[in-house]
Design a protein around this ligand. Structure first.
Ligand SMILES: O=c1ccn([C@H]2C[C@H](O)[C@@H](COP(=O)(O)OP(=O)(O)OP(=O)(O)O)O2)c(=O)[nH]1
Ligand SMILES: [Mg+2]
Length: 177
């Protein structure tokens, strides 16, 4: 059974590089952003004063809505999908330089790319990297910037596992809350 990255249809002919390992024994395949993308700052100075406990006035609801909107992590497109043997998973993890040099983190800690995500009816199995930026200024990620690394591994199931044939229909909450 194959294990390989492929470019999704909507990014064909757009100079998407397939992930590579950087050194002979590197465990991670570095994934690049498929386009320029802004990761908004999580903590904007003008928001912080409203979130501080000593602030006396009730927070303005418009501002709170704006804060909630802007604090939402973004999904950075990679333009990639991954074909996997059915007993394997691709884990997206941070590069150690991400938080240190760019203020960028994966707010979901580890992105889990399931084998049955590949080719799903909803989005073809396109991999997105969930990102947040803890520096106080918005951050422009450039197309081609290496934003995380993917680690292939096997997963185990319980001896009395009940799952049989449920088809995956997408990601990011497709199976419900
Ligand atoms: O960083 C990520 C995490 C997930 N996914 C895709 C692949 C994965 O197979 C699917 C579902 O991920 P997960 O099971 O972690 O999320 P969920 O919230 O449980 O969604 P669902 O209900 O669709 O399983 O979303 C990504 O593209 N990037
Ligand atoms: Mg899930």
């Amino acid at each position: 059974m194959e294990r390989k990255f492929e470019v999704v249809t909507r990014y064909q002919n757009q100079n998407i590089n397939l992930p590579q390992r950087q050194t002979k024994h590197a465990a991670g395949y570095d994934l690049e952003a498929a386009e320029d993308f802004i990761v908004p700052a999580m903590f904007k100075p003008n928001f912080l004063k409203y979130l501080m406990p000593r602030h006396k006035q009730a927070p303005n609801s418009d501002l709170l809505a704006q804060v909630a909107n802007e604090l939402t992590p973004v999904l950075v497109p990679t333009g990639l999908k991954v074909k996997l043997p059915s007993d394997e998973v691709l884990l997206l993890v941070s590069r150690s330089s991400g938080p240190l040099k760019r203020g960028l983190i994966l707010p979901n800690s580890v992105g889990v790319i399931d084998a049955d995500y590949y080719g799903n009816d909803n989005n073809e199995g396109e991999i997105f990297v969930q990102m947040a930026n803890f520096w106080p200024a918005d951050r422009l990620i450039r197309k081609g910037e290496r934003i995380c690394q993917g680690i292939f591994t096997k997963y185990l199931i319980t001896t009395d596992d009940q799952q049989s044939s449920q088809q995956r229909k997408g990601g990011f909450g497709s199976s419900g809350q």
